[in-house]
Design a protein around this ligand. Structure first.
Ligand code: SAM
Length: 261
């Protein structure tokens, strides 16, 4: 299955994608009363942005992702952090029935899905997850801020213009981070029997040109990544577009939608 997260995209994702602030992990743990006896499944775990900090406070975490290159980075990062309680599984949201058979119903404290639900059939998924989680546990859907090119800042508008010129198309996709998606996901969780609550964590960070360029490269599907001969021209254009707008403040809103069983 070619989803666009292989090869260099996985490398860029691992290197440049921002992690979650500890308060976001606290919000998940608080909503489900997670303790060191609990296990979690992180679906669409990517290079481990959620799976690793969860594993540091739980008994065990299963990270599930269809892209082996993403999992390879996650596995290496876990080893570098001395975490030995993670299991990495190649799979998708469609594999939840097999996970239920393996782990047992009512066995999991939390299923987390960070920046990945827009790839999944979430109505079916939430119904399938309900029996897997223990009473009081639940499903958490996290969105880690607004894409770099959709922020309300001059540097972001300049970036958007630059990307639209390069690709010859509008770049409006918020990848499930917008209010409308959040409402749809919440309604869907409630329809599956969960109690839905929305938590938010806000902070302001400062980016540098390198992290803006890397962040863009990490967000492009593999087939849209400019070929190596063109890459320097592409990144040069981004640099030149944003540089006049330094410093690059970024207001990050992390939304944590929890569905408690
Ligand atoms: C944008 S990354 C998110 C990574 C990480 N969870 C985070 O919060 O930064 C999206 C991940 O979802 C994975 N993915 C795509 N479709 C999926 C599916 N149907 N089921 C599970 N994971 C999927 C991709 O391979 C990719 O690693």
């Amino acid at each position: 299955m070619a989803l666009g997260f292989a090869g260099e995209v996985a490398d860029y994702y691992h290197r440049y994608r921002r992690g979650y602030p500890p308060e976001a992990i606290d919000a998940v743990a608080g909503a489900f009363g997670l303790t060191a006896d609990d296990t979690a499944v992180d679906l669409g775990c990517g290079t481990g942005q959620l799976a690793l900090p969860l594993a540091a406070r739980l008994r065990a975490v299963v990270g599930v992702d269809p892209e082996p290159d993403m999992l390879a980075h996650a596995r290496r990062a876990a080893a570098e952090q001395g975490l030995s309680n993670l299991t990495w599984v190649i799979g998708t949201d469609a594999d939840v029935p097999a996970l239920r058979a393996l782990l047992g119903d009512g066995s999991v404290g939390a299923v987390t899905i960070g920046q990945a639900l827009h790839w999944m059939r979430y109505d079916e998924l939430f119904h399938a997850l309900f029996p897997l989680v223990r009473p009081g546990g639940g499903v958490a859907v996290l969105a880690n801020g607004t894409p770099l090119w959709l922020q309300d800042a001059d540097w972001s508008r300049a970036l958007r213009e630059c990307l639209e010129q390069w690709f010859g198309t509008r770049v409006g996709n918020a990848c499930g981070t917008d209010e409308e998606s959040l409402r749809r996901y919440r309604d869907s969780l409630v329809a599956a029997g969960f109690r839905g609550d929305v938590h938010g964590v806000d902070y302001t960070g400062t980016l540098d040109v390198e992290s803006i360029v890397g962040g863009v490269l990490s967000a492009l599907p593999e087939d849209r990544l400019p070929a190596s001969a063109e890459r320097a021209r592409f990144t040069g254009l981004i640099r030149r577009a944003v540089e006049p707008h330094a410093p690059f403040a970024e207001h990050v809103h992390v939304s944590v939608l929890t569905g408690r069983r």
